[in-house]
Design a protein around this ligand. Structure first.
Ligand code: DI6
Ligand code: FE
Length: 406
């Protein structure tokens, strides 16, 4: 190892996340050059003369890939605590949405917010995610619902990635809810999304993927297909909010378009799961929304296992159904509420989350040549990350080989 090495970690116990058991290596070294993993192996194989610009003795701390939150709506203005109170008094999420509250009330505040304010509110949430070990985040638009305001939200998301030590992947979710000015004209709105918003977001390179909310309170299967066809024409991969509140057969449609992921899936059936397996579509589990909406339909974890569908876990960070920025807490909920194993939960925020973003080649595992995003944790065993309830055992977070102490 030469002095050309930027960073050398000694005495780390590495959970590479390359195997399904999330096993731990014996004490190891890890070297970084140019933001990528340039060497790793047992301490016994480290040249004693090895030197680097920056050297850290981790004293046996556990190292995992940087966490990846592959489903958030974190660019929005305001909050919905009043709606929370209404739900506590018996109103349902659907009732509030149908009465003009819900997503549309956040749209109003987001449209009114000037870019700098929207950026500041969103950056605070991004920093909270980072404080819990997140190095890559997916951010959806979907609280603008007009060409101008969707582009504004995507632009803020891109800016977060430029100013913070955080990798941001953006997803256009213009088909999130019907904006008030299109009341009673959902067909016209979808035509506008497919004909104008998708192509323009693609042309400006503001979106890395396209998503839709396929649900009885949002858009139907045919409308979702129109959005997906527009994405295909624009050369963008798709994702889908599928079968969250009812079985719309969105998962099968997503699979037909080789979607990166289908997300929520509380009501998916076996045919939908099998279609996802054939297409290699990742199932993104969002236990925060399940918990906050007091849902009782657990996604069919056994079917995902049976058919070999990779499961990711994400925060769904949004003001209406999952106001959280704590990804390790979502790992805990994935285990307690969905009966996933702690190893599945960890793969869900690393290797499988990378795949849900189309980043499997570069992110999500500790391997030679991959981007040097990783976390050092003050825990003995990776299962502790899922076992503790909202703890903060992060010692340090490395993004592109640069460390940020927790
Ligand atoms: N499903 C969700 O859980 C969020 N969006 C979606 O399509 C909820 C968004 C909100 O209520 O503001
Ligand atoms: Fe969502």
């Amino acid at each position: 190892m030469s002095p050309g090495i930027d960073l050398l970690l000694r005495n780390v116990r590495i959970v590479t996340c390359t195997d399904d058991a999330c096993s731990i290596t014996p004490p190891a070294f890890l070297a970084v050059l140019g933001g990528h993993i340039a060497g790793l192996g047992p301490m016994s194989q480290l040249d004693p003369a090895a030197r680097a610009q920056r050297e850290i003795d981790a004293q046996g701390a556990l190292l995992t890939p940087g966490l990846i939150d592959c489903h958030t709506h974190l660019v929005y203005a305001g909050h919905r605590a009043r709606e929370f109170e209404m739900r506590l008094q018996g109103a349902s999420y659907e009732e509030i949405a149908r009465a003009g509250g819900g997503i549309v009330s956040t749209v109003k505040l987001t449209r009114e917010a000037v870019t700098a304010d929207l950026y500041a509110q969103s950056a605070r949430r991004a920093q909270q995610l980072m404080a819990h070990g997140v190095t890559t985040v997916e951010i959806k638009s979907g609280y603008g619902l007009s060409l101008k305001d969707e582009l504004k939200c995507l632009h803020v998301a891109r800016e977060l990635g430029e100013h913070l030590p955080l990798t941001v992947r953006t997803t256009l979710l213009a088909a999130h809810a019907l904006p008030p000015e299109y009341a009673g004209r959902s067909g016209d709105y979808i035509a506008h999304v497919a004909g104008h918003i998708v192509p323009e977001a693609a042309r400006l390179r503001l979106a890395d993927a396209v998503d839709a909310f396929c649900e009885n309170i949002a858009f139907d299967l045919l409308q979702t297909r129109q959005v997906f066809e527009a994405a295909k024409r624009a050369g963008l991969p798709v994702k889908l909010h599928a079968e969250q509140l009812s079985n719309m057969h969105g998962a099968a449609l997503a699979a037909e378009f080789d979607a990166l992921s289908a997300d929520h899936l509380e009501h998916v059936d076996e045919a939908g799961v099998m279609a996802m397996a054939r297409a290699g579509t990742v199932a993104v589990m969002l236990p925060g929304a399940f918990y906050f909406l007091r849902d009782t339909n657990v996604p069919p974890i056994d079917l995902f296992r049976k058919h070999g569908v990779a499961m990711a876990v994400a925060t769904d960070c949004n003001p209406g159904s999952s106001p959280t920025t704590h990804l390790p807490l979502m790992m805990n909920m994935a285990c307690t509420l969905f009966r996933m194993t702690p190893a599945e939960a960890l793969l869900g925020v690393t290797r499988h989350a990378a795949r849900a973003l189309g980043l499997a080649e570069t992110h999500g595992t500790i391997e030679l040549g991959k981007v040097a995003d990783f976390c050092l944790w003050d825990v003995d065993h990776p299962a502790e990350l899922a076992y503790t309830i909202a703890a903060s055992p992060l010692r340090a977070r490395f993004h592109g080989g640069r460390d940020h102490l927790a």
